[in-house]
Design a protein around this ligand. Structure first.
Ligand code: KG4
Ligand code: ZN
Length: 361
């Protein structure tokens, strides 16, 4: 019997088992991360090895450096995740790995590492969509959360409003026409001379600034629930350059606060539109959801979390926000997403490949 056939049979058996433990690896960008997750909901270990030090010098992620660093770290990080969970590889039921989207070399390193391990240990392997991983971080922070819910996915590469209709079933309701929110934060940070990664630095600086100090335009989009951040970014750059040309010292905290306010207002504004239109007959919105969730690196943003709480309070709908370490890239979110895929009988063969431009829907 082939490995693929054995995996399929094993996945079926796991469907009848009370406890399923998955060892998951994430290497799509600049974090080598591994975790052991039980039944998609309980973190037994979660190890994140960040490469920030390696890339800081270049002001952004250098793909070749990322691949090499993943290659050196992935075995060690996976071992550490097992050790911290107090389990041996033999006690793990299945393995999971991010297959995309992300940097091709970085993804390939993780995919090959886990294919080798899965074949050697003769365990089923699940290839996971990174964005689905971010959404699933909510299942770890809220063990009671069940679909359907509306999710704002905001990371370095994505700004999506999706309806999570069921486990693994998504309806795309809005997306960015150009830059992702995280990308916009990172670019604005660079204009202010802040080091990589810029999002958290802008966020911290903004806490001390006046968000009304500078007026930035509201983006125009074709789709009612779509996003666009490139105009906002250009307006921000022009504001900074005008101040520089006048020889004025940059009020960095006020600039950061104004930019953060403009981005978050836009992100939450479209979500609010969807949630309120859900009440109207014939609207394109959503109905019967269990709440509103945030996901992705930008969901660590303090202002975004405050605005989301305010909106959900007003609309009287439950709010779900992953704990801070689960907002940015980690292995546990991959382990959670993998559990639900495995439950659907989805296993990968040894032909599993990296898909750098993989879509969620
Ligand atoms: O989800 P993530 O860790 O990786 C991707 O899948 O892209 O997101 C990384 C992005 C970066 O652009 C980073 O600057 C941004 O999330 N980010 C933040 C914050 N923390 C991370 N942006 C704004 N405020 C934050 N606190
Ligand atoms: Zn991510």
């Amino acid at each position: 019997m082939s490995y693929a056939e054995r995996s399929r049979r094993r996945a079926e058996e796991l469907g009848k088992q009370d406890t399923v433990r998955i060892l998951a690896l994430e290497t799509s960008c600049d974090e080598t991360a591994a975790a052991v997750v039980e039944n998609g909901r309980k973190i037994l270990s979660n190890v994140v090895f960040s490469q920030i030090d390696l890339h800081e010098l270049y002001g952004g992620v250098v793909p070749e450096i990322a691949s090499r660093a993943h290659m050196e770290a992935c075995d060690r990080v996976a071992d550490q995740a097992l050790r911290e969970a107090g389990l041996s590889l033999g006690e793990i039921d299945a393995l999971a790995v991010t297959k995309g989207p992300g940097l091709v070399g970085a993804l390939l390193t993780g995919v090959n590492c886990m294919k080798g391990l899965a074949f050697a240990a003769d365990k089923p392997l699940v290839g996971v969509n990174h964005i689905e991983g971010h959404v699933s971080a909510n299942y770890l922070s809220y063990p009671e959360l069940e679909p359907p819910f509306l999710c704002l996915v905001v990371s370095g590469g994505h700004s999506h409003l999706v309806e999570v209709a069921d486990y693994g079933t998504y309806r795309l309701l809005g997306q960015t026409a150009d830059d992702a929110a995280g990308e916009a934060f990172d670019k604005a940070a660079r204009v202010l001379g802040l080091p990589y990664p810029g999002g958290p630095r802008i966020d911290a600086l903004a806490e001390e600034g006046n968000p009304e100090a500078f007026t930035l335009p509201s983006p125009k989009t074709e789709g009612r629930y779509d996003y666009s951040f490139s105009g906002l970014k250009t307006a921000f750059m022009n504001t900074v350059h005008t101040l520089e040309q006048r020889g004025e010292a940059l009020p960095k905290a006020d600039l950061a606060a104004s930019f953060r306010r403009a981005v978050c207002r836009e992100l939450i504004g479209k979500a609010r539109l969807l949630l309120t239109e859900a009440e109207q007959d014939g609207a394109e919105g959503i109905k019967g959801i269990n709440g509103f969730a945030l996901a992705g690196g930008v969901s660590a943003n303090r202002e975004l979390r405050r605005m989301a709480a305010e909106m959900c309070g007003e609309l009287k709908i439950p709010l779900f926000m992953p704990e801070l370490p689960l907002c940015t890239d980690n292995g546990a979110m991959i382990g959670s997403a993998a559990y639900y895929r495995l439950r659907n009988g989805e296993t990968a063969g040894l032909d599993l490949n990296a898909v750098p431009a993989l879509k969620l829907v």
